[in-house]
Write a new protein. Structure first.
Length: 263
């Protein structure tokens, strides 16, 4: 997709695909856009009218700006807007390479999810004291979402609350028919039911559920997922905003969330 972002008059350099390790690094705080940032925004929006820029911030590298796009993607742009680098920026530290772009996304993801109300989620509460919280963008029809759901009880027994947000993988509307997708309809019905937890379990077992409609948060949660970089399900978000794509066994998740306390 980066090819579409880079007009021929720009020189683009591919980012290195390096392993992520190390500790989080703070980015510069958001400030009113500088003249350079305004110029970068104007140039990108004029050459790419469909581009959705969420922010333009100075990067840790002098003269290089970090442009955050809708969907969690990042490009780096020189102050004169002549050079663009797609991908993430890494910093070499004593114990390895730190992915600064992912750290920034973790913060944004953490803050956006923290702003949500649990009443709009489907929450399987921890047994006893809540020691940790796992937030999952889920789809009632995806096989690995169903596999993870089978281990929710084990996670609860560890003291981990599991909170579901809706992310129908097939989207909201079937482009070929213009109708709501089957999965979207099933997820709205799940959120509209009197007992969401029972209906979620029923739907994830592949059983038929009563199809109903109401004012639900499903669409908003789907859009939030796209905004924070969800591309598939399940997408597991830890308390610090770190996202683990795909199924992870309960014992491994407990280790991530609880450390030695999970043993």
């Amino acid at each position: 997709m980066y090819r579409n972002l880079l007009p021929s008059r720009f020189v683009a350099v591919s980012s290195l695909l390096l392993a992520l390790c190390g500790l989080p690094v703070a980015f510069a705080q958001a400030q009113p856009e500088s003249a350079e940032a305004v110029a970068i925004r104007g140039l990108l929006t004029s050459t790419q009218p469909t581009i959705a820029i969420t922010s333009i911030l100075p990067s840790p590298v002098s003269g290089l700006y970090q442009v955050e796009l809708d969907g969690g993607e990042t490009i780096y742009v020189s102050g004169d807007a002549k050079f663009l680098i797609p991908g993430d920026l890494y910093e070499a530290q004593g114990d390895g390479l730190v992915n600064l772009g992912e750290n920034r996304r973790n913060v944004l993801r953490r803050d956006k999810i923290a702003a949500l109300d649990e009443k709009d989620m489907i929450v399987y509460e921890a047994v006893g004291e809540r020691k940790a919280t796992l937030t999952v963008f889920t789809d009632v029809d995806c096989p690995y979402c169903r596999k993870l759901h089978g281990e929710v009880e084990a996670l609860n027994n560890y003291g981990i609350a599991v909170r579901y947000l809706a992310y129908p993988r097939t989207g909201l509307i079937d482009r070929s028919t213009g109708q709501k997708t089957e999965t979207y309809v099933r997820m709205v019905s799940t959120w509209c039911s009197e007992d969401r937890k029972v209906m979620m379990t029923t739907a994830k077992r592949g059983a038929d559920i009563p199809l109903t409609d109401c004012e639900s948060p499903v669409e908003e949660q789907f859009e939030l997922g796209r905004e924070v970089g969800v591309t598939g399900t399940p997408a597991l978000v830890l308390e610090d905003g770190t996202m683990l794509p795909g199924y992870v066994p309960a014992d491994t998740l407990a280790g991530y969330l609880l450390g030695n306390a999970a043993q």
